[in-house]
Write a protein that binds this ligand. Structure first.
Ligand code: FAQ
Length: 312
């Protein structure tokens, strides 16, 4: 019966066995995974836009090459994640349609504009930094293809994080104007980076089930706290001011206490009303339409080969 299958499935999860594409799984597990993994894939792809915008304006050839490689990596992450999601029985075109009609979300952070070169430093350092904290924990997620994609993605994200921090070091140790640029980018990206971890655990619709199924291994608040704690000494090393004036070490908890986030802003952004939501989706639709001939050519080429095989 369904209840027996459910119990066997949950036991496999408890035993830390990976669930593979052809294994039986509850429909709700499959749906929740498709939701999270596809939104993760969309984030990687939409996430290329803020930085892609600066490739032509990088301050040196070396910086341009590094940024280009980073943006290319993010597109690659999108591809691994779409492929991993397709193993759950959904097609790439269905996933893309859900992104474009607004029914699937992507990380809120990518709806903030990248206004200066300093933002390239702050995004690599803070946004990739927050992504790593989340993704390291997802290396142990219960679904095999997702877990394996995270291993490779985390390696690449560490390079991204370091290139961003290096941009910040150069700016922070440069002229007073450069230092101001670094401080301004830190001030703008710090709060949205904290929002990447999602709502408080008490408000998180999916956490309880995702934790039970070990899709998520740590909660939103736990991972956010980890990121807050690790970022303090990185800001100190740069000699910049911490954007959170209420930040205070709490001896008893062994963590930093910090300001409450602006949750109205968070919900406005995830519901489509951030600075760049419309622009990001319009750009995606335009690029997708411009790529129609490539998809058609690939399909025609495949059909030609199938026909040739039949003749032979
Ligand atoms: N933005 O019940 P929960 C990257 C939505 S890293 C937008 O807590 P869950 C690398 C959530 O989807 C970024 N929406 O949900 C990179 C749900 O909506 P739904 C991608 C958010 O899933 C760097 C609702 O709120 N990383 O791209 C956000 O248990 C630089 C209720 O929330 C991942 O996706 C948000 N911040 O926990 C690329 C990691 N937070 O679906 C380029 C994998 C929540 O019901 C450049 N994902 N929502 O309509 C996860 O770990 C989880 O999905 C969470 C959310 C933690 C994001």
């Amino acid at each position: 019966t369904e209840a027996e299958l459910d119990a066997i499935f949950q036991q496999r999860i408890e035993d830390e066995q990976k669930i593979e594409p052809k294994d039986w799984m509850p429909d709700t597990y499959r749906k929740n995974l498709i939701r999270q993994m596809s939104q993760h894939a969309h984030s990687e792809v939409i996430g290329t836009q803020p930085e892609g915008n600066w490739i032509t304006r990088a301050p040196s050839l070396r910086r341009k090459a590094v940024l280009l490689a980073k943006v290319q990596d993010e597109s690659g992450h999108g591809l691994y994640l779409y492929s991993a999601t397709e193993t759950l029985g959904v097609s790439r075109s269905e996933l893309i349609a859900a992104l474009q009609d607004g029914s699937a979300k992507y990380a809120s952070i990518f709806n903030y504009p990248a206004q200066t070169w300093g933002d390239m430093g702050a995004i690599g350092w803070l946004v990739d930094g927050a992504a790593i904290v989340n993704q390291v924990s997802l290396q142990r997620t219960s679904y095999g293809p997702y877990a394996r994609s995270m291993v490779r993605i985390c390696k690449e994200e560490s390079f991204h994080q370091r290139q961003g921090y290096q941009v910040m070091i150069e700016l922070a140790q440069g002229s007073s104007k450069q230092k101001c640029l670094a401080q301004d980018s830190l001030n703008r990206f710090y709060w949205p980076a904290l929002m990447m971890f999602g709502p408080h655990d008490s408000e998180s619709a999916h956490s309880a089930k995702s934790m039970k199924w070990k899709i998520k291994r740590e909660t939103n608040d736990y991972l956010r706290q980890k990121f807050i704690d690790q970022t303090v000494s990185q800001i100190e090393f740069l000699g910049l001011e911490h954007p959170d004036k209420n930040l205070k070490w709490n001896e008893e908890r062994g963590h930093y206490d910090s300001s409450e986030l602006d949750w109205d802003e968070f919900y406005a952004v995830i519901n489509g009303n951030g600075h760049c939501n419309r622009q990001r989706i319009q750009h995606h639709i335009k690029a997708h339409e411009e790529g129609t001939w490539v998809r058609e050519a690939m399909a025609a080429y495949k059909n030609k080969h199938i026909k040739a095989q039949h003749v032979a």
